[in-house]
Design a protein around this ligand. Structure first.
Ligand SMILES: *[C@@H]1O[C@H](CO)[C@@H](O)[C@H](O)[C@H]1NC(C)=O
Ligand SMILES: *[C@@H]1O[C@H](CO)[C@@H](O)[C@H](O)[C@H]1NC(C)=O
Ligand SMILES: *[C@@H]1O[C@H](CO)[C@@H](O)[C@H](O)[C@H]1NC(C)=O
Length: 202
């Protein structure tokens, strides 16, 4: 009798341990694949961040001059920065938003590439950015698929005609600045998603 009494707490421990093992065994099923995708997404955002600086080839002084001018592209995504946004954060919605914003930047950058070519300005950085935005789009698409979410489709935007070099330079600076902000925002969202998914730190 004594033996059974003594073993009761021990059995409880065993039971708890077994449950712990079952839980931790079932958890990774929802973890590694999204985590791998998030890491690839992070990498693409890093590359884009580097490219965003090169979208114009102006001196710091000239950039300041353009930055002091009014923004003209109100089609560029507006990013919610508030603490409220991150408090009421929904994973599926943030990924959909990231996807839509990525598509929007890609349309703006493809347009910028043509605009720069039209006025004989170098367009290589725009072309490379477009390539990485497409990769980013595909990765976000994969991520949404992993969560059984629909991939949102951004309708074609109507963008202005940039007829002078001055216009094109102004648009280049505006898109460059906004792309940089988007990259920072995306990283913040991604770090949040990685924490929610208990992804290992890299
Ligand atoms: C995200 O998920 C929530 C609940 O799981 C759902 O109510 C909402 O409609 C989803 N949003 C999108 C954009 O799919
Ligand atoms: C580039 O030039 C073509 C031909 O003049 C014009 O149709 C097009 O709108 C221009 N693109 C941009 C982005 O300004
Ligand atoms: C998303 O990926 C699926 C295949 O995984 C593809 O059929 C679909 O066209 C993609 N959608 C977008 C918007 O890239």
């Amino acid at each position: 009798m004594k033996v059974i009494e003594d073993s009761a707490p021990c059995l409880l421990h065993l039971f708890l341990l077994a449950e712990l093992i079952v839980h931790s065994a079932s958890r990774p099923a929802s973890s590694p694949a999204p985590c791998r995708t998030f890491r690839s997404i992070f990498h693409q955002v890093d590359l884009l961040m580097g490219l965003s600086r090169k979208l114009h080839d102006l001196s710091d002084e000239d950039v300041l001059m353009f930055e002091s001018m009014e923004n003209r592209l109100d089609t560029l995504p507006h990013l919610p920065h508030s603490a409220e946004y991150f408090r009421s954060f929904k994973v599926n919605e943030s990924l959909s938003q990231l996807s839509l914003h990525t598509q929007s930047f890609r349309q703006h950058i493809d347009w910028l590439k043509l605009a720069r070519e039209n006025v004989s300005l170098p367009s290589r950085a725009a072309e490379d950015s477009s390539t990485h935005l497409l990769k980013l789009s595909n990765l976000l698409n994969a991520s949404l698929h992993q969560m059984n979410e629909e991939v949102p489709q951004l309708p074609p935007l109507s963008l202005p005609i940039a007829s002078t070099s001055f216009d094109v330079l102004q648009f280049s600076v505006e898109i460059s600045d906004r792309l940089k902000i988007f990259c920072h925002w995306s990283k913040r969202v991604l770090r949040y998603l990685q924490r929610l998914n208990r992804c290992p730190k890299h």
